[in-house]
Design a protein around this ligand. Structure first.
Ligand code: FES
Ligand code: FES
Length: 127
């Protein structure tokens, strides 16, 4: 299958790969898996005292579309509030990357990863 130019760009030059150390303040982690294919995505956000996402990192064990989707969302969540990040829809990711129908679940993985990371952050704040 042919990947779109944007998928290839994010795949070959992924943004924000890696992870934060757990000790860093404001760090939360979302780990999700795609039942359809077994791929796994780990997304971390680093939230400032003002509640704005300052930075993000990802590690994805999966296909090019999953890697591109996670790379893209690390860019998109930066500078956003948690609620704004939660508003990111997989359809926007799929549209931006021109994902074909069989790769839509890869973008869903990225949306789910954001939701999981925000939930983890809120849980930690509540503790
Ligand atoms: Fe997920 Fe191919 S099915 S990488
Ligand atoms: Fe399953 Fe991309 S995440 S094929």
């Amino acid at each position: 299958m042919a990947y779109s130019v944007k998928v290839l760009d994010h795949y070959e030059n992924p943004r924000n790969v890696g992870s934060f150390t757990k000790e860093e303040e404001g760090v939360a982690t979302g780990m999700v898996g795609a039942p359809a294919c077994g791929d796994v995505m780990k997304l971390q956000i680093k939230v400032g005292k003002d509640g704005i996402i300052e930075d993000a990192r990802f590690k994805t064990y999966g296909c090019g579309s999953a890697i591109a989707s996670s790379s893209l969302v690390t860019e998109w969540v930066k500078g956003k509030s948690l609620d704004e990040a939660l508003a990111i829809k997989n359809t926007q990711i799929a549209e931006e990357l021109a994902l074909p129908p069989v790769k839509i679940h890869c973008s869903i993985l990225a949306e789910d990863a954001i939701k999981a990371a925000v939930a983890d952050y809120r849980k930690k704040q509540a503790e």
